[in-house]
Write a protein that binds this ligand. Structure first.
Ligand code: ADP
Ligand code: MG
Length: 708
């Protein structure tokens, strides 16, 4: 299938001349009943063919016994029929010349191998005649922009669908409908929403591709359980960035439990969450952890100008509310604005000087102006402040909440007239007391947030958008070549030889068979020495008693090998001992971890983090798609929690971040060059010395797929 024709095909699907609803009925408790009713209710302009053998007409429209009986072949068919009837229905549509069908029915590849086989047969039937499929196991399409509803969700029983410039692709139908409902309630509309289910034919990237091209869409939201085609995802995301359309994504499977749940839901292999996040970082996709917050960020992006910074000014009705908001902002590590002098001056119209420069601004502390003027004036001042990126207004319960919201909206308009269209995020927490305030905001074209946390997630998303430096297209070039014939698990000495070939500094060492050879080997190395066991059965050498440090001379090295031989024979009698590694002991200020993995979807990723046992404890690791440039590697390092230890903390000397970054970049290249057999590489620890004194990898392990 020619990739370029895909967007056009989905565009056509959204403008069908006729739609058949297979399984249409009057029964609103059934999918077919609701689908049909909603399609009619929302004013679809083409012909509608209810397919129902038992009835003459539904809602005044003539029923047809089958697709073959319709006066013209329907462009589009939607089916919510029992699973055993799906294949026949698909064949019938395909043979009649239907261009696309949505299969709502579930229990295909989402329900084991037999279901997967049936799904494959259905795709085959459709493809024979060039018909495209959406689903199965999906909830269909909601297209407010085209007044086309091919979805049975009760959330759609509303008078009017809000049209917005947000496109959504969701791998969960129910989640899509829920998000849609909540968005609509809060004044946020969509261009098109697609629930894609098992993606038997048309997949996530096909729809993303369409939305990138679509003129009714400015921002793209997606809920993802698993990306199947990594390179295509990267390609679509790159084009979205070039087109200036942000993609916001929530991905399930961030945790092991989430990954398992996603798999049993739509048969998606979640792949590595870190690799997905790295792919998003590389292409500018904003990863969020909450679907509602994702939609609210999208709404803000379509309504306001994107600020150049995330510095936030808080405007509140309650000192307490303001203090809590400031705390939460600080939890998110988000910056509060220090206002420009002219802003403070404008605020002094209403507040004592000490309060006029405070952030949060507490409208309750105003000394003059009356609530109307204070609300309007404060909002306008903050929205016009050159130091402010975003204004956050948590509104607490008060007698005149509605009036206040009216004033805030008029302050926003005032700022707008002066050319300031900064994000204005108003929070009205759930509760009946806020009903009128919410309605007032909607009346003024403003949407509202249900919680401060949700608004903070949106500000956090803005920060990602504004602070992220675009990836460097120039990643340098590979500093080495991989010898042929590597396979399986490589021991420390072999892995280090390869690292050295790539210019990663490692310590010198010699593999020996016994104590006598060990003592001899020490003569050719600089002391003090370290002895390590070489065994394919011992992965964590020090845990097994297979590492002895700080041996002063050859005699001590020989003794250490002899003792280690006895110790391991007693503790690990089954372990195959291939020899011992005598190596130079290296000094370092800090242990870091540098590694690489091959992700099944996105290919090699490179990572750096706190080393030693801290790897697991701190989960302080930065992951990027490999290769990375040295500058990017440095950015990865400086973003770590341990970064202060590297850059100098409480008077400690700064460490050699440049040398560490150089090693990370080289290891990224090595991971790429190792090709399809590469599985994982750990260099742990890399010892980092003071600035200018370099780094040394003192342990390494490389795993390749066994040769088949
Ligand atoms: P493993 O990770 O298999 O237990 P390592 O080779 O990483 O074994 O050794 C364990 C620890 O010993 C390292 O984390 C490091 O602190 C220290 N170490 C190992 N080799 C050296 C060396 N050559 N110089 C200095 N310290 C070392
Ligand atoms: Mg180690």
């Amino acid at each position: 299938m020619n990739h370029m024709t895909r967007p056009a095909r989905i565009a056509e699907m959204l403008e069908p001349r006729s739609v058949a609803v297979i399984g249409a009925s009057e029964d609103l408790t059934k999918f077919g009943g609701r689908l049909f009713k909603l399609l009619v209710q929302h004013g679809y302009g083409g012909q509608i063919f209810p397919i129902n053998r038992k009835q003459d007409s539904i809602l005044g429209l003539k029923c047809h016994a089958s697709i073959g009986d319709t006066p013209v072949p329907p462009d589009m068919a939607v089916m919510a029929v029992p699973r055993d009837h799906v294949k026949a229905a698909v064949r019938e549509c395909a043979e009649a010349g239907t261009k696309a069908a949505i299969i709502i029915t579930a229990k295909f590849s989402d329900a084991g191998s037999e279901g997967a086989a049936l799904e494959a047969e259905i795709v085959e039937e459709a493809r024979k005649h060039g018909m495209r499929l959406i689903g199965p196991n999906c909830l269909g399409i909601i297209s407010p922009a085209n007044r086309l509803v091919l979805c049975a969700s009760p959330a759609l029983f509303v008078d009017q669908l809000l049209v917005g410039r947000i496109g959504m692709v969701s791998q969960s139908g129910a989640l899509m409908a829920t998000i849609f409902d909540r968005a609509q309630t809060r004044g946020v509309g969509f261009s098109h929403c697609f629930s894609i289910g098992n993606q038997a034919d048309l997949n996530l990237c096909d729809f993303l591709d369409f939305l990138v091209e679509d003129r009714a869409t400015d921002v793209i939201c997606t809920y993802i359980e698993g990306v199947t085609d990594g390179p295509r995802f990267l390609d679509v995301a790159t084009r979205a960035r070039a087109a200036g359309k942000p993609i916001l994504a929530v991905k399930a499977g961030r945790t092991a439990d989430g990954a398992a749940a996603a798999f049993s839901h739509t048969a998606s292999l979640a792949g590595g969450y870190e690799a997905f996040a790295a792919a998003c970082a590389e292409t500018g996709v904003v990863v969020m952890d909450d679907p509602d917050a994702m939609i609210m960020l999208a709404a803000a992006l379509t309504k306001f100008e994107t600020p150049s910074k995330a510095a936030t000014s808080i405007l509140t009705t309650s000192g307490g509310g303001g203090a809590i908001t400031a705390d939460r902002l600080s939890d998110f590590d988000l910056p509060l604005t220090t206002y420009a002098p002219e802003t403070v001056k404008a605020l002094e119209e209403y507040y004592f000087p000490a309060n006029a420069c405070a952030n949060p601004i507490d409208m309750g502390a105003a000394i003059k102006g009356g609530s109307m003027l204070v609300g309007e004036g404060s909002a306008q001042a903050l929205l016009s402040d050159p130091e402010t990126g975003i204004v956050l207004a948590p509104i607490t319960t008060a007698p005149d909440m509605r009036l206040l919201c009216e004033c805030l909206a008029s302050g926003m308009r005032g700022a707008e007239e002066a050319g300031h269209r900064k994000p204005f995020l108003v929070v009205v927490q759930p509760g009946r007391a806020g009903d009128k305030a919410r309605a007032e905001l909607l009346k003024n074209g403003l949407f509202y947030f249900d919680s401060i946390d949700e608004a903070l997630r949106v500000i956090d998303g803005y920060r990602t958008l504004t602070e992220r430096t675009p990836p460097t297209p120039d990643k340098g070039s590979s500093p080495g070549t991989v010898p042929a014939g590597l396979s399986g698990a490589l021991d420390e000495a072999t892995a280090k030889a390869l690292l050295a070939e790539y210019g990663v500094p490692v310590n010198a060492g010699v593999v020996v068979a016994d104590a006598v050879e060990a003592e001899e080997a020490a003569q050719g190395l600089a002391g003090p020495f370290v002895v390590k066991v070489v065994s394919p059965d011992i992965v964590h050498k020090s845990d097994a008693g297979g590492v002895v440090l700080n041996l002063p001379d050859g005699g001590a090295v020989g003794d250490a090998v002899a003792e280690m031989t006895d110790r391991l024979a007693a503790r690990h009698p089954k372990a195959r001992i291939e020899g011992f590694l005598v190596q130079e002991m290296v000094r370092g200020e800090l242990e870091m971890f540098v590694g690489a993995r091959r992700d099944p979807i996105f290919g090699p990723v490179v990572m750096v983090g706190a080393g030693g046992v801290l790897v697991e404890l701190m989960q302080d690791v930065s992951v990027r798609l490999a290769p990375v440039s040295v500058a990017e590697a440095k950015e990865m390092i400086l973003g770590l929690k341990v970064a202060p230890l590297l850059t100098g903390f409480r008077g400690s000397a700064p460490l050699d971040v440049d040398a560490l970054a150089d090693a990370v970049a080289r290891i990224g290249w090595l991971a790429c060059d190792l090709g399809a057999d590469f599985a994982e590489l750990d260099v742990n620890p890399v010892l980092v010395r003071k600035a200018g004194q370099g780094v040394t990898g003192v342990d390494a392990r490389l795993l390749l797929e066994e040769e088949h």
